[in-house]
Design a protein around this ligand. Structure first.
Ligand code: HEM
Length: 158
């Protein structure tokens, strides 16, 4: 277990870049397809949606395991009252986790609606709105290295 935690943290930090690459690819593909007509099956947003949703779901799985084994999370669960006054504990167990789940729900709604759109243009518009919004939430909830008490590295070694 002692070696499992750093590995999970490394993987969770690394997969963040897959999420961001997928989200950015999705937004660029959606913007480029806004004026394009044609069947929804030909929408260029299909592949980026797969990368984006796949990597967010992987983050959810890794995040839930982290909430069960991380020393920071375990210390939080053992004394919630005190922990909520400690910024990093409150951030990772409540704010970060909740915002990422909200982003996942928004993205999931967008992926389903884009698939059901009447044409490629509709799929592009839906992808831009839902994909863009979920990406903004994710960007805001990542513990970037410049964020003081909650700062984490750009890339963690393991
Ligand atoms: C798109 C989704 C997500 C992204 C991009 C993301 C990103 C990150 C990053 C960059 C870190 C810091 C990693 C490091 O220290 O090297 C982190 C930590 C953490 N994340 Fe996430 N995360 C996501 C979703 C989630 C979810 C859904 C949960 C919980 C359900 C979660 C729980 C945690 C926890 C508990 C930590 C801190 C663990 C510790 O320090 O011991 N994350 N996350």
């Amino acid at each position: 277990m002692a070696a499992f935690y750093p590995f999970l943290l490394f993987l969770h930090g690394l997969t963040r870049w897959l999420v961001l690459a997928g989200g950015l690819w999705l937004v660029v593909a959606a913007v480029s397809a806004l004026g394009r007509s044609g069947p929804v099956g030909e929408s260029p947003t299909r592949m980026p949606w797969r990368l984006y949703m796949g990597s967010i779901h992987l983050q959810l799985l890794l995040g839930i395991i982290l909430l069960l084994i991380s020393p920071l999370a375990l210390a939080t669960w053992s004394d919630m009252g005190t922990a909520m006054k400690v910024r990093p504990m409150r951030f990772f167990t409540v704010e970060h986790s909740t915002m990422m789940i909200v982003a996942l729900v928004v993205a999931q709604m967008g992926a389903v609606r884009a698939r059901r759109a009447v044409d490629a243009r509709g799929a592009a518009r839906t992808s831009l709105i839902y994909g863009g919004l979920s990406l903004l939430i994710i960007l805001a909830a990542i513990p970037w290295p410049f964020m003081g008490e909650i700062a984490r590295p750009w890339l963690r070694s393991w």
